[in-house]
Design a protein around this ligand. Structure first.
Ligand code: C6P
Length: 404
């Protein structure tokens, strides 16, 4: 199906040793590795067309602007947005959510209700809590079960004509659960609420059609999709983006400035004040092309095989408990072994070349739910191999022996 050997050759970082052992990179949910074409795209921009965009009549500026805008089209096509100006370039998911949360300040009243899920990353909790503090709106939480699945009946009960906004992740970073976002969106729309979907963890695994979903906002970080850090998108329906005020004032987001009154530029520039991450945006387009050349169906099928194999293998370790056991999940395994602290496991297996994330994964409410300090999280990408799962397994056996 996928030629993994060939794919791995695209990622220069994978071919190295860490602590004297071959690198086994299983922290893809934190950030993915970058193929050579993406690295080349960054270098080519700086070595051949580096100039500020939308500003100059000179040739370099026009070449840079064309490449930047070409990337917007690529992102529009990838997520099937109706219009290219519905794609706003941001510094990442966190920035995108803050644009929307801040923008809603003037659109809410005291007593309005907002709904979040129990399995969100802090980025999709804190900006909304700040919004509630500013406006007097009330935050309600869709609970989850032990498997790490949302209780949809409870969601149904929460919705009312007071509900103004619902924000949930498409995929949980700490559990891997794929949430039923189409149902969540449709039900919210029935009561007139807008929906923001945090696509940070779905975008590396699932090709999303924002029009088919009917999402009002969909937010993504490039660095989890083989792209560079410091860039992402806010997709918003045109009508919503027109309704929201700009987030930052500055250059490029204006139509006309006088000391008496400033008028704002049209979309997308209204939300893109200042010089953006030009190289990052261009390389994001390259990353999306790269992932599409492999194919999201192929990626999902292969990663699911890896997930099934790794789950079976890891469960052979006595005392290992997996958090997030939904049937619908991406290639993330969050676990603990007995009472051993996740940090200790992470530290030992790092010495064996295995890189995983440990801790609360910026999702403390999930850890509180399970009454644990954190987990060890192994997150797999399409360039990982079955042999690497075996290396992880052996490293965990060793860590368990040393720590028990
Ligand atoms: N999760 C993880 O290890 P930024 O940092 O803005 O690119 O993405 C924030 C974010 C928002 N939502 C979800 C679901 C996420 O997983 C993340 C980032 C990383 O799980 C780093 S904390």
């Amino acid at each position: 199906m996928l030629d993994i050997k060939k794919i791995r050759a695209d990622f220069p970082i994978l071919n190295q040793q860490v602590n004297g052992k071959p690198l086994v990179y299983l922290d893809n949910a934190a950030t993915s590795q970058k193929p050579q074409v993406v690295i080349d795209s960054l270098v080519n921009y700086y070595s051949t067309i580096n100039a500020n965009i939308h500003r100059g009549v000179h040739t370099l500026s026009q070449l840079a602007t064309d490449a930047f805008e070409q990337s917007r089209i690529k992102l529009q096509q990838h997520f099937n947005a109706k219009k290219s100006h519905e794609i706003i370039f941001t510094s990442g998911t966190t920035h995108s959510i803050n644009i929307v949360a801040t923008g809603f300040t003037s659109l809410l009243q005291k007593g309005d209700e907002l709904i979040v899920s129990a399995m969100e990353h802090h980025s999709n909790i804190v900006p909304w809590q700040m919004l509630c503090e500013r406006t007097g709106a009330i935050l309600k939480v869709i609970p989850m079960n032990q498997e790490g699945e949302l209780l949809m009946d409870e969601y149904d009960q929460m919705l009312s004509n007071k509900t103004k906004l619902v924000f949930v992740n498409h995929v949980s970073n700490a559990l891997g659960t794929i949430n039923p976002i189409k149902e969540i969106i449709d039900k919210a729309h029935q009561v007139g609420a807008a929906v923001l979907i945090d696509g940070a963890q779905s975008s590396p695994h699932i090709k999303t059609d924002v029009q088919a979903l009917d999402a009002d906002f969909y937010v993504v970080s490039a660095h989890k999709m083989c792209g560079p850090t410091g860039v992402g998108i806010l997709y918003g329906k045109e009508a919503w983006l027109n309704k929201l005020p700009p987030y930052q004032g500055g250059g490029e987001m204006i139509k006309e400035v006088t000391f008496e009154k400033t008028t704002y530029a049209d979309l997308p520039h209204k939300f893109e004040a200042g010089t953006p991450n030009i190289a990052g945006v261009i390389a994001f387009g390259t990353a999306v092309d790269y992932m599409n050349s492999i194919g999201f169906d192929n990626i999902a099928a292969y990663e699911n095989e890896l997930l099934q194999y790794a789950t079976k293998k890891l469960l052979q370790i006595e005392g290992l408990k997996i958090y997030g056991t939904s049937e619908h999940k991406t290639s993330v395994i969050s676990f603990n072994i007995g009472e051993i602290h996740p940090y200790d496991i992470g530290t030992i297996i790092d010495k064996l070349g295995v890189e995983v994330r440990t801790g609360h994964h910026c999702a403390q409410p999930i850890m509180d739910f399970y009454k644990i300090p954190g987990t060890v999280r192994a997150s797999f990408s399409f360039y990982n191999t079955f042999e690497e799962v075996d290396v992880l397994y052996n490293a965990l056996i060793k860590a368990k022996m040393m720590l028990s």
